[in-house]
Design a protein around this ligand. Sequence first.
Ligand code: AMP
Length: 226
Amino acid sequence: MADKTYRRIILVGPPGSGKGTQAAILAEKLQITTISAGELLRAEARTGSELGKQIAARIDFGKLVPSEIIVKAMLNEIAKPENSAGYIMDGFPRSMDQVEMFDKLIHTSEYQDKNLEPDLVLLLQVPDDYIFDRILGRSQCANCKAMYHEKFKTPKVFGVCDICGGKEFTKRADDTHETVVSRLRTYRSVTAPVIPYYEEKGLLRCVDGTGPIDVVSEKIRKIVGY
Ligand code: AMP
C-alpha cells in the first residue's frame, strides 16, 4: 500500500493508450467520477447546436477543439459539489495552452477554495504499432457506452453488453486510420509538451500501457495507492 491515495488524477497518453479503460476502472475503485474531455465534447456535438457542429467538425478531422471551450467545460464538471471527493480527468489537458488556462483559473476566487489542483499525472506509454490495432478494433455499447475490443475485450456473451445487456454496438466516427494519423500527429506536437511540465512539478508517473488491461490496472493501483 502506498503512503497516500491520490484523488485528483490526470490521465495522459496517446490515443488508444487505454486512458478511457483505465479511467473507468480507477473511478470504480476510488468511487470518484471520470470526466472524459472527448465524451463531454461528443455529447455537445450530439445535441446538434451551433457549438456542437463546430466541435464535430474538429473531432472528425482529428483536430483539437479550441482550448477555451474545453477548459471551461472540464472546470465546470470537476467543481461540481458531487465531485468534491476528487476527479479523474481523461484526455485533459491536451496542450500547454490548456495547462496554463487551467492552472490560472483554479487559483481564481471562483475556484480557489475547491481544492482542484491535480495531485497525480499518470502517463500511459504505448508504442505506435499498438495504437492502430487498439483503436481500429474498438467499439462501444450504444446504450451505456461501455467500451469493447474485438481482440482484447470481447463481451462475455457474443453481441451482448456485459454491463447493460444492450445489443447494439457502435464505433466512434473518428476511429478511422486517417483520423488516427492526424490524432497521433497532434498528440506528439501539441500534447506531449505537457509531460515535461508535469514532470518538473513532481506530479508525473509513467506506466507501461502495453500489457493486458488487468496488468496495466495493477501497475496503476500500486501508484495510486488504493
Ligand atoms: P478522445 O475521446 O480523448 O480520444 O478525444 C476525441 C477527440 O475529442 C480528439 O481527437 C479531439 O478532437 C477532441 N478532444 C478531446 N479532448 C480534447 C482536449 N482536451 N482539447 C481539445 N480537443 C479535445
